[in-house]
Write a protein that binds this ligand. Structure first.
Ligand SMILES: O=C(CO)COP(=O)(O)O
Length: 256
C-alpha cells in the first residue's frame, strides 16, 4: 500500500511573517493527523526560518524546496546545491515544474539531470510532469508524460524511481480553477503507472503519483478516492493553513 503524500508548493509567495503564520497554523491544524505525509516547499530564502519553526512544532511536517541546480559548488552564480538544501533540512525537492520548464526553458534532459543529482545526494525528487492544453486537445497527454518520465528511466534505469514521487500536473489545470475531473486524472495516473510497469511492475506498484492542478478542499476527496492517485501537489490552496490541512486530512481519511 502506498503512503499518501500531500505537498504544498508555495511558489514565489511569502514573507517572514507569512511563513511564520502559515507554519504555526499548519502545526495546529495537523495535530493528531496521521496516515499522510505532509510536506511544504517554501521559497529557498525561507528554508532557514521554516526549518526552525517546524523543529519547534509538534506536527511532523516535511520540509521541501522548489528547485535544485545541477552543480555541487563553484562558480555558478545564483545556484543552489543539494547539500545546501540538506543543510536546512529540506528533503523533498520539486523538479521539472511546468513553470520552470516554460519560464526557464528547462528540458526533459536537464530535469532528468536534476533527478539524478538529488538521488545521488539522498534527497527525494518530486518530478513534475504534465501536458499543455494544446497537447491535451491533440490527445497527446499520455505520450507527453511518458516522454518526461523516460528522460529519467532511459538514463538512470527504472530503479531510479525508488523512493521518488511523480506529480502529474496538467498545465491547463494549474492556477486556473479548471481542475481535471477525478475520473480523467485517475485514467492518466493509471496510464502513467502502466507505462512504468512496462519496465518494472514492482516499481509501478510502489511509486507515489500525486495529482496537481487546482486541488482545493472541495475537490480533494474525489481525487483521493481514486486508486492510482496517491496524494496532491497543491499551489494556491497551500497558502492557507486551514485549506491545506483540509486537503491533507482528506488524503489521510481516503487512504486509511
Ligand atoms: O502548480 C501547482 C502545484 O505545483 C498547482 O497549483 P494550483 O494548486 O494553484 O493550481
Amino acid at each position: 500500500m502506498r503512503h499518501p503524500v500531500v505537498m504544498g508548493n508555495w511558489k514565489l509567495n511569502g514573507s517572514k511573517e507569512m511563513v511564520s503564520n502559515l507554519l504555526k497554523g499548519l502545526d495546529a491544524e495537523l495535530k493528531g493527523v496521521e496516515g499522510v505525509d505532509v510536506a511544504v516547499a517554501p521559497p529557498a530564502m525561507y528554508l532557514d526560518l521554516a526549518e526552525q519553526l517546524i523543529g519547534k512544532g509538534e506536527s511532523k511536517i516535511i520540509l521541501g524546496a522548489q528547485n535544485v541546480d545541477v552543480n555541487a559548488s563553484g562558480a555558478f552564480t545564483g545556484d543552489i546545491s543539494p547539500e545546501m538544501l540538506k543543510d536546512f533540512g529540506a528533503s523533498h525537492i520539486i523538479i521539472g515544474h511546468s513553470e520552470r520548464r516554460e519560464y526557464h526553458n528547462e528540458s526533459d534532459e536537464f530535469v532528468a539531470k536534476k533527478f539524478a543529482f538529488l538521488k545521488e545526494h539522498g534527497l527525494t525528487p518530486v518530478l513534475c510532469i504534465g501536458e499543455s492544453e494544446a497537447q491535451n486537445e491533440a490527445g497527446e497527454t499520455v505520450a507527453v508524460c511518458a516522454r518526461q518520465i523516460d528522460a529519467v528511466i532511459n538514463t538512470q534505469g527504472v530503479e531510479a524511481l525508488e523512493g521518488a514521487i511523480i506529480a502529474y500536473e496538467p498545465i491547463w489545470a494549474i492556477g486556473t480553477g479548471k481542475a481535471a475531473t477525478a475520473d480523467d486524472a485517475q485514467r492518466i495516473h493509471a496510464a502513467i503507472r502502466a507505462h512504468i510497469a512496462e519496465k518494472s511492475e514492482e516499481m509501478a506498484k510502489k511509486v507515489v503519483i500525486q495529482y496537481g492542478g487546482s486541488v482545493k478542499p472541495e475537490n480533494a476527496a474525489a481525487y483521493f478516492a481514486q486508486p492510482d492517485i496517491d496524494g496532491a501537489l497543491v499551489g494556491g490552496a497551500a497558502l492557507n493553513a486551514e485549506s491545506f490541512a483540509a486537503i491533507a486530512k482528506a488524503a489521510a481519511e481516503a487512504k486509511k
